[in-house]
Design a protein around this ligand. Sequence first.
Ligand code: GLN
Length: 267
Amino acid sequence: MNKKPSTKNQELIIGWLYPELMSTYGDSGNIMVLLKRCQWRGINVKIINIDQKSKTQDLKSIDLLFAGGAQDKEQSIVIKYLKKHETEIRKLIEREVPALFVCGAPQLFGKYYEPSVGKRIEGLGIFDMTSIHPGPKKERLIGNIVADVNWQNLYPKNQELRTKSYMVGFENHGGRTCLGPTAVPFAKVLKGYGNNGEDKTEGVVYKNAIGTYFHGPLLSKNPEIADFLIAKALFIKYSKEIELKKLDNTLEQKARQMIARRLGIKL
Ligand code: GLN
């Protein structure tokens, strides 16, 4: 089989949506992980912050999209700006540009989010899902979480790329998310709450966009997800499979196993 081209001299532009308003619980760490895992492979990376001052033009060059979590108050501010860039964001997702949206972000990319108090926030409807916060008196879904990644939803065609890996992180959300009939879950909860604490689903996948409740940051202990996003971004940008140099993930695996063991998960 002919060798896949290397990542030398490749460049990726990562668009970070509203970093000032959406980066709860260490989510900005995901940007650092993506940056380092690209640099360690000789891939040049440019991070562009997308905020209310950004022009729609700025989104056209994005190869990988990221948005972190946010409290209800920030979500009601961000949605106005998201709507301003809605057409361009939708074009990126439909063009299968990979994206990672954490917690408060995927809630805004669903059909709607009903915050703890105040009016329903109409979302972008990219994910077929709805999220409802049952109100300030109801417990928040907080704690460590372990889930089995549904790799078949990330690599529906290439069986060989599905690494058997579970993921660990922590969650802190009041909103309960229900997936609609066309939505596929990102993972299956082994320990913790996930989307709603009932149906064992965690997150959502649409094309190469991932929505998840995993904070942590997610990618620091789950590097396979970071590499999925990087590999997909290179494939879409350069329209060819580009071999990602294998990196030593021993430390990440040890951290993951330690947390899984602490939660009594035998894997
Ligand atoms: N404000 C949303 C909720 O409570 C999202 C929280 C978050 O992003 N951590 O569900």
